[in-house]
Design a protein around this ligand. Structure first.
Ligand SMILES: Nc1ncnc2c1ncn2[C@@H]1O[C@H](COP(=O)(O)OP(=O)(O)OP(=O)(O)O)[C@@H](O)[C@H]1O
Length: 271
């Protein structure tokens, strides 16, 4: 990859510590910890669409939240070329407000001036294909309609780094292909898209590169086409109870992965 680096992640780890009241009268409170990410390293470049694959609880959303700056890592380094925009289907839109009010609120929340909001509003609604229902409360929308609206709001303003958490798997096929076009035009303008999914197909259809997270660690980083094929085989073995075979795939995949050695130009310069 010859483009400019957009996200640099080095030795990133995240441990959540949970305290529970373990016994009567709060005596013997227990602290447990979850290693959500373990020494994750990679560099993304302009023009790349990077899929983050992995089973439930493998650390995908945690990684995205840390890149977005919404969460602090326990250790490690994250550098971004510009402020990333995180687009997640679970992010807050207000059910009691109309679609239009949500568009305004969303755009204002993204830091736009009210004049810019007024200028963009109609195009956001049009892209989401919600002209007829835009003045209805959002809570009356189907999940596909909400996903379209959210995607339209979040992608209406250019960002060099776009982080998408599962949004594409919520819509119907028309929306999925529209969303893909929008992402492609974004990539043509030299952005980087990160897309989180447990669905190999979503990643295969939308990404050039994939990272496979397993229990908080990257076990593969490579072309989406070949990596998603391997992931599918693993996923099939795991789902059909062929645990030994699934485990073997994980072991072999992890064994052939070498984390990148990352040195920042500032570090090189100081030598
Ligand atoms: N705020 C939190 N407090 C405690 N544990 C957390 C928190 N957020 C995530 N975790 C734990 O960290 C691990 C990774 O979670 P994360 O949501 O990043 O995984 P994921 O791959 O995105 O999962 P899914 O595909 O189910 O959304 C899980 O074990 C999860 O329970």
């Amino acid at each position: 990859m010859s483009g400019k680096p957009t996200v640099v992640v080095r030795d990133l780890s995240k441990t959540y510590r949970l305290t529970s009241s373990g016994s009567i009268r709060g005596l013997g409170r227990k602290t447990t910890s979850v290693d959500a990410l373990k020494s994750v390293s990679f560099v993304s470049y302009r023009g790349e669409s990077v899929g983050i694959l992995g089973k439930n609880g493998s650390g995908k959303s945690t990684l995205l939240r840390i890149i977005a700056g919404n969460e602090t890592p326990t250790s490690g380094l994250v550098r971004v070329s510009t402020e990333p925009r995180l687009l997640g289907v679970s992010a807050a839109l207000q059910g009691a407000l109309t679609g239009r009010e949500n568009v305004r609120l969303g755009l204002l929340a993204m830091g736009l001036h009210p004049d810019e909001v007024a200028q963009l509003e109609e195009s956001v609604i049009e892209w989401a294909d919600l002209t007829d229902s835009i003045d209805r409360p959002l809570r009356t929308y189907s999940s596909g309609m909400s996903a379209r609206l959210k995607f339209s709001i979040a992608t209406s303003v250019r960002a060099e780094i776009l982080l998408v958490d599962e949004a594409l798997s919520t819509g119907d096929s028309t929306f999925t292909s529209k969303a893909k076009k929008r992402m492609d035009s974004f990539l043509e303008e030299s952005g980087t898209v990160f897309l989180v999914s447990h669905g190999a197909k979503t990643i295969q259809d939308n990404c050039s590169r994939a990272l496979w997270l397993h229990e908080g660690e990257i076990i593969a980083d490579g072309p989406a086409e070949s990596l998603t094929k391997r992931y599918r085989v693993w996923s099939n073995r795991a789902a059909t109870g062929k645990d030994d075979e699934a485990e073997k795939i994980i072991r072999e995949t992890a064994a052939s992965y070498t984390p990148p050695a990352i040195r920042l130009s500032s570090e090189t310069a100081s030598r």
